[in-house]
Design a protein around this ligand. Structure first.
Ligand SMILES: Nc1ncnc2c1ncn2[C@@H]1O[C@H](COP(=O)(O)OP(=O)(O)OP(=O)(O)O)[C@@H](O)[C@H]1O
Length: 430
């Protein structure tokens, strides 16, 4: 292990991640652990230079105030308590301190080195992955999204051909998305990549299904089925790589905070396909995952891509999916992304996409009546996806996108801009 570490023990604080981030921003690695960690477990963590006892409003659990195991006070590391009145250490603060105070604790009291950087992190992870996996094999579901792509790049660096990636094209990918997964991972990084074109299979199952929940369920369960079939074809796989990141773990609930959402992954695989997990990003925040991807040599377009729903374009082709409308969603989305990049909006707007509803309207093309679909453009900004505001797009940019969609996308005679914030609307339509 190359990095010094400050351990944050969660004694009911609501700002554990904030403290962890502040310390990491000083160049020192930090991890949040539960308050009831034992001395033995603490000793297993490498290079611990200091401990922050982080108390706060969630300090009462099941009627009792949480406390660390008393033997931890004698572990030999400097300690600082924040908003934890019953702490038995010298350094006790009422609230989250100024950066200067935290800095003094980290560097002067704990004598930690500012040696947390992506290069060292990757070297540490590579070493740990090699130790965990040995000469055995790992399977990874590679969506082309940020998390699974960075895991893939990390595993390729650590174990090369002992990794097999499976990419499933469910027919609902954006334009050129599966192609770029193949190009980056098979052609540039020389990964073992199994590419499954499941377009017919997925679209067949989805035929005539208009209920959004049912569509999502079909796509999710069909994905597990395809992945399972591929896993069974491969021999001697012991591990499953997974793009779990730090917020997934924190959001799944610490011992003092309530669960925000269940930690999502390639769950749902049958019992007999029990793999051990390899999760090399589970200590990283999203922006750190991106930095890690860049350091591993992934293209910026992959690492900085905007969020994309698991069921893909399927939830943007509203109602029962038809191939002509799916094509209209895909082509209009590609035009929107291209023009947003040309206007520099790709770096400014959080999420932008097009939607095609399942009804037609009357129009005129080539001096004749036409009856065709409409494209709705949506562009929103948000911090936490809980609420969102719409982007006020420059009129000329909007005009150019509209002209191109009407000119280039088949079966479309109308373009609208969605003005609705969240709430009352959601970000996606389905
Ligand atoms: N089309 C696909 N092919 C292969 N694996 C997939 C595919 N879609 C999803 N997965 C797997 O399921 C995981 C969870 O998918 P989800 O859509 O929730 O994305 P995510 O958590 O944002 O991760 P990512 O950024 O890797 O897409 C992915 O990390 C990936 O391992």
């Amino acid at each position: 292990m190359k990095q010094d570490m400050i351990v944050i023990l969660d004694l009911g604080s609501t700002v554990n991640t904030e403290v962890a981030r502040k310390i990491r921003e000083m160049g020192v690695y930090s991890e949040i652990h539960p308050h009831d960690i034992s001395l033995e477990e603490l000793k297993k963590l490498e290079n611990v230079r200091g401990i922050v006892l982080n108390g706060g409003e969630n300090r009462i659990v099941d009627g009792a105030a949480v406390e660390i195991s008393p033997e931890l006070y004698d572990c030999g590391c400097p300690m600082m308590a924040i908003d934890h009145p019953t702490a038995k250490c010298d350094r006790k603060l009422d609230a989250l301190p100024e950066d200067a105070v935290l800095r003094e604790f980290v560097f002067d009291t704990c004598q930690a080195q500012a040696n947390w950087n992506m290069k060292n992190f990757i070297e540490d992870q590579v070493e740990q992955i090699r130790r965990q996996v040995g000469d055995r094999k790992v399977l990874l579901a590679l969506s082309g999204g940020v998390d699974s792509s960075v895991v893939a790049a990390m595993l390729i660096r650590a174990i090369g051909k002992q990794l097999t990636c499976v990419h499933v094209n469910h027919g609902l990918m954006r334009k050129n998305e599966s192609e770029s997964v193949i190009e980056v991972f098979r052609d540039q990084l020389h990964a073992n990549l199994v590419y499954v074109d499941g377009t017919e299979r997925f679209l067949g199952k989805l035929e005539g299904i208009s209920d959004p929940e049912e569509k999502r369920k079909i796509i999710g369960s069909e994905f597990i089925r395809v992945f399972e079939e591929e896993a069974r074809k491969l021999e001697g796989i012991d591990f499953l790589g997974q793009g779990t990141i730090y917020p997934d773990i924190i959001e799944s609930g610490t011992k003092t905070a309530k669960m925000v959402k269940s930690h999502h992954n390639v769950g749902g695989l049958p019992e007999d396909l029990q793999f051990e997990l390899v999760e090399p990003l589970k200590q990283l925040f999203k922006d750190e995952v991106r930095a890690c991807g860049i350091e591993l040599g992934l293209p910026a377009s992959m690492v900085y891509r905007q969020p994309f729903p698991g069921p893909g374009l399927g939830v943007r082709c509203l109602g029962a999916i038809t191939r002509d409308r799916l094509e209209a969603v895909r082509e209009s989305d590609a035009i929107l992304r291209e023009e947003f990049a040309n206007a520099g909006l790709d770096k400014k707007v959080w999420q932008y996409f097009t939607v095609v509803p399942d009804f037609k309207s009357v129009g005129v093309k080539n001096n004749a009546r036409c009856f065709e679909y409409m494209v709705i453009i949506r562009a929103i900004n948000t911090i936490d996806a809980m609420s969102a505001t719409i982007e006020r797009i420059d009129w000329d940019v909007l005009q150019k996108i509209t002209d191109r969609i009407l000119e280039e996308v088949e079966n479309v005679n109308r373009v609208c801009y969605d003005m609705s914030p969240k709430p009352p609307s959601t970000i996606e339509f389905e």
